[in-house]
Design a protein around this ligand. Structure first.
Ligand code: GLC
Length: 565
């Protein structure tokens, strides 16, 4: 067994936010049949795996991240039959399907929670985190059990007057947290995972899960107060008031991740491993622990093969704990160079890196770094060692939409207005063509279409060899052609430390194939040294594919890929 032949190591993941991708029935909200109708575009783009954000039955308090039934499809998005059609068509086109799974919390409308809140002695009471009011004076509902805060503002506790206790929620009050210390909860969630692993024509099911807020699953058993955050500022989210010492990244979480992984491994078959991607916002040293620890590799006769037949140990955690550090890093060559080195150095033996530039919770890439650097960033994402994840519309250079006050949808913004918590801007509808609603819907879209959408539609960019879409297609095609880019080593990453030199450089190699990356992140032209070779691709579409020897003079914000002799 070689770690280098896993499908998910070679794959490019494409995230679809289903509300916003393609509407098929004119209600203004995207749906599964809409995604099916666009699979040809995705296969043609050259991505390998689709991760689709939640489409479970849900009251939509957090747009589907509040799940009311883990084993069905909300009528807004279609039906299980639509899901079957989607996965069948995706598989027929060679695309893997990754389901967004939300294990940390359910909707308050989930039957489990309805039962749990019905009485203190209900058998499901312990499925959630219930606590008595703190002792002291004043009405019970004001006596919070501790100082834990919700990520979406305010306390993480809501009082249930019928039973006289508080329940805990890391996000909205409509999203109560499950009690992962309870064995029945684990069994119920694992059974829902099995449902999707087996669902679909021929029982092949989903190829993996993107696990929502994986690092939050377990909370402190003693419910201790979180320590105050000395760096907190009054005008920022109230969540930052304390440091989440007792509500996040608890050591026991790793054991749950290992249980999930072992369930997934029991489904490995000729189509390959089932994948676990973990949503984890943590510093690098803590993040990489989610790869898990090494476990012995046993032969069927029980002999330990760990040190015999394989070069890399088998890890028992998530194959891909999402690495969001490029989203948070300053867009400076030395900072990114340092990040790449730190991340690579932190990787445990046998682990495979991954990189992300955007998702449905983050300001869009082209808005963060500007339209030109977004091109260089695309080259970076698709040439670093590791599995990249793309966010729908970034391949067109979509920017954040402008959402009028009275059209705001996101509860994170509604709960804490005016401090930049809103995620609607990065969730505006996909821009397919130049018709009135960008080809997204025949109805009235749930979020406004970007006002300048005609500059960045598939229709416009498809015909333009200098467009962002053409650049992405070129990059995705190059990855497939060159194993150095797909699976090769990464080395000679510069600049280092506090250097001001704005050209980020690194090499990839596999066997005899060596590729040099040179990315000028600065505003001025720069000359960077380079061994003899041939430019395969530039972010500047007018650059001819010339030979280079000794050095390349890069335009401002230009990146090039050079195949060395
Ligand atoms: C994750 C999702 C986010 C959601 C939150 C609560 O962070 O990415 O969109 O609001 O979990 O489920």
């Amino acid at each position: 067994m070689d770690t280098q032949d896993k499908w998910w190591q070679k794959a490019v993941v494409y995230q679809i936010y289903p509300r916003s991708f393609q509407d098929s029935n004119g209600d203004g909200v995207g749906d599964l049949a809409g995604i099916v109708s666009r699979l040809g575009y995705l296969a043609g783009l050259g991505v390998d795996a689709l991760w689709v954000s939640p489409f479970y039955p849900s009251p939509m308090a957090d747009f589907g991240y509040d799940v009311a039934d883990y084993c069905n499809v909300d009528p807004l998005f279609g039906s299980l039959a639509d899901f079957d059609a989607l996965i069948a068509r995706a598989h027929a086109l060679g695309l893997k399907f990754i389901l967004d799974f939300v294990p940390n919390h359910t909707s308050d409308q989930h039957p489990w929670f309805i039962e749990s809140r019905s009485s203190r002695d209900n058998p499901k009471r312990d499925w959630y985190l219930w606590r008595d009011p703190a002792s002291g004076d004043g009405p019970a509902e004001t006596r919070l059990p501790n100082n834990w805060m919700s990520h979406f503002g305010g306390p993480a506790w809501t009082f249930d007057s019928d039973t006289g206790q508080f329940y805990m929620h890391s996000f909205l009050a409509q999203q109560p947290d499950l009690n992962w210390r309870n064995r029945e909860v684990r069994a119920a969630i694992f059974s829902a995972m099995r449902f999707w692993l087996e669902r679909g024509p021929g029982g092949r099911g989903v190829d993996g899960f993107r696990m929502d807020v994986l690092w939050l699953l377990i909370k402190d058993e003693l419910f201790r107060d979180n320590p105050p955050n000395p760096g907190w500022q009054e005008d920022s989210s109230s969540f930052g008031r304390s440091l989440p010492l007792y509500t996040a990244n608890r050591p026991e979480t790793h054991q749950i991740v290992a249980e999930m992984r072992s369930l997934l491994d029991s489904y490995s078959d000729s189509a390959g491993e089932r994948l676990m991607i973990g949503e984890i916002y943590l510093p690098i040293d803590e993040l990489v622990q989610y790869y898990g620890s090494s476990v012995p590799v046993l032969r069927s006769d029980g002999r330990d093969l760990t040190n015999v037949a394989i070069t890399s140990p088998r890890l028992n955690g998530a194959q891909l704990p999402f690495n969001f550090h490029l989203i948070q890093a300053p867009w400076k060559a030395s900072a990114i160079g340092q990040l790449i080195r730190d991340y690579e150095a932190a990787m445990p033996p046998g682990a495979w890196p991954n990189w992300v530039l955007g998702n449905h919770d983050q300001t869009r890439l082209a808005t963060r770094v500007g339209p030109e650097l977004a091109r260089t960033a695309a080259m970076l994402l698709l040439t670093l060692r590791g599995t990249p994840t793309l966010y729908y519309g970034d391949e067109l250079g979509m920017t954040d939409g402008i959402i009028p006050q009275d059209e705001i949808q996101d509860p994170a913004e509604k709960n804490q207005p005016g401090i930049g918590m809103g995620r609607d801007p990065e969730r505006t509808p996909m821009q397919w063509d130049n018709s009135a609603s960008a080809g997204f819907t025949t109805g009235s879209p749930w979020l406004p279409i970007a006002h300048d959408f005609r500059l960045h539609t598939v229709e416009t960019e498809d015909r333009d060899h200098a467009s962002m879409l053409s650049l992405y297609r070129g990059l995705l095609a190059l990855r497939r052609e060159h194993t150095a880019l797909l699976l090769g080593e990464i080395y000679d990453v510069t600049p280092a430390g506090d250097s001001e030199f704005p050209v980020l450089a690194y090499r990839r190699s596999d066997g005899a194939e060596r590729i040099q990356l040179l990315l000028n992140l600065g505003e001025e032209p720069q000359t960077a040294s380079c061994l003899a070779g041939r430019i395969l691709l530039s972010t500047n579409a007018s650059r001819a594919p010339v030979r280079v020897s000794g050095g390349v003079t890069l335009d401002p914000r230009e990146g090039v890929i050079v195949l060395l002799d």
